[in-house]
Design a protein around this ligand. Structure first.
Ligand SMILES: Cc1cc2nc3c(=O)[nH]c(=O)nc-3n(C[C@H](O)[C@H](O)[C@H](O)COP(=O)(O)OP(=O)(O)OC[C@H]3O[C@@H](n4cnc5c(N)ncnc54)[C@H](O)[C@@H]3O)c2cc1C
Length: 339
């Protein structure tokens, strides 16, 4: 176990903010995770699990405990039949490399989630999704260290209680499990239309009528490159706000004043609003608030242009939430978790 004291968290966050971690330790194997927990428990220190730092923000005080940086490798085919291939992938593998490997194997299921930053083990935490796919659709099971019982467990898809950008890992069991590997069951069939609106439009505009996993991946990368800032050049955490979920009566009320308000039916009388649209209509697109710029191509994204501290980010967040609430009566929420 390799423990490093007093490590600046901002160097591990794509938002480039955050104070120091008391200790940071890299885990290359599941056993090292258990060892690090034993060390932390023996000193009554809290533990935080970190992947690529692309969906988490750290405050200025940092973290007075042990941050485990997950680096567990591995990519193995564990089952194969006429229609599908099942792969098990180590939690520390870069997610986009996992996607690329499965696309190279002509497998379908995660190709539309190309170019999402971060690690493979973090993907189930918020049930990552993009362009009509989410990991809940392909994840068969995962292995994890259970910090409550100090054992290694296998959780099936249904145990994870996946929903829109949510799972037990950021909900009811937050902080309990450290994911060590995930198992994905992927299809050997080619991707088929109809595709998610923005992807379909891209294919229509480019005259694409035959589809492979690679064609979908390349299209998604092209769309994303034009729309999302690269965190290496412009620090950001992707969508800083979740799309708001409201009841149908509320949408009817809102549409009397805003007939063009986009909404996606989620069933059971619930609708998903485009929070980007709300922020844009509230006049905040492109604005710089406390050093954070509301991205001019996607208002869900906040870019750290000149924020000196987490406090600037928190002030910007509260201002944006307040402006949207005052204009629409809709409460929007931050997507990245707080360390
Ligand atoms: C430019 C940009 C675009 C993005 N686009 C998308 C998108 O299209 N769709 C989408 O869903 N997300 C998107 N994101 C968000 C982010 O990339 C994903 O949520 C990603 O899965 C986070 O991975 P990470 O390794 O960086 O996790 P981190 O940010 O390090 O951690 C996120 C959370 O997961 C926990 N965690 C991390 N690893 C583990 C583990 N092994 N076991 C248990 N808990 C763990 C952490 O404790 C934390 O709570 C985007 C982010 C950026 C910066």
């Amino acid at each position: 176990m390799d423990l490093h004291p007093n490590i600046p968290l901002k160097n591990f966050m794509t938002m480039r903010l955050g104070g120091p971690a008391l200790f940071m330790a890299e885990a290359q194997t599941p056993e090292e995770i258990a060892e690090i927990y034993h060390f932390a428990n023996s000193r009554s220190l809290p533990v935080f699990v970190l992947g690529g730092g692309s969906n988490v923000v750290a405050n200025d005080q940092g973290f007075a405990g042990v941050v485990i940086h997950i680096r567990i490798p591995g990519f193995d085919v564990i089952a194969d039949d006429l229609n599908s291939t099942t792969v098990r992938v180590g939690a520390g593998e870069i997610w986009d490399e996992t996607v690329k490997r499965t696309v190279d194997m002509h497998l379908s299921g995660i190709e539309a989630m190309s170019a999402i930053p971060g690690t493979t083990g973090a993907a189930p935490v918020q049930n990552v999704g993009a362009y009509g796919q989410e990991i809940a659709d392909s994840l068969q099971s995962l292995t994890a260290y259970d910090s409550q019982t100090d054992t290694f467990v296998t959780l099936q898809n249904a145990d994870c209680d996946f929903s829109y950008r949510d799972s037990i890992f950021r909900g009811s069991e937050k902080g309990r499990y450290v994911i060590t590997s995930i198992t994905l069951k992927l299809s050997k069939s080619s991707p088929q239309p109809p595709f998610y609106d923005a992807l379909q439009k891209y294919f229509d505009d480019h005259g694409v009528h035959a589809f492979t996993q690679e064609i979908v991946r390349n299209a998604v990368i092209d769309i994303r490159t034009n729309k999302l800032p690269d965190p290496k050049l412009l620090p950001n955490s992707g969508s800083f706000f979740k799309n708001a979920i409201i009841e149908d009566w509320k949408l009817n009320e809102l549409r009397t004043s805003y007939p063009d308000m986009p909404a996606y039916d989620m069933g059971d009388g619930m609708l998903k609003l485009s929070t980007g649209w709300l922020i844009e209509q509230a006049g905040l697109k492109g604005k710089v608030i406390h050093g954070m710029r509301v991205h001019d191509k996607n208002s869900l994204v906040l870019i750290n242009e000149s924020a000196g501290s987490y406090a600037d980010l928190a002030n910007a967040r509260e201002e944006i939430i307040g402006v949207v609430r005052d204009k629409f009566g809709v409460q929007i929420e931050q997507e990245p978790l707080e360390i």
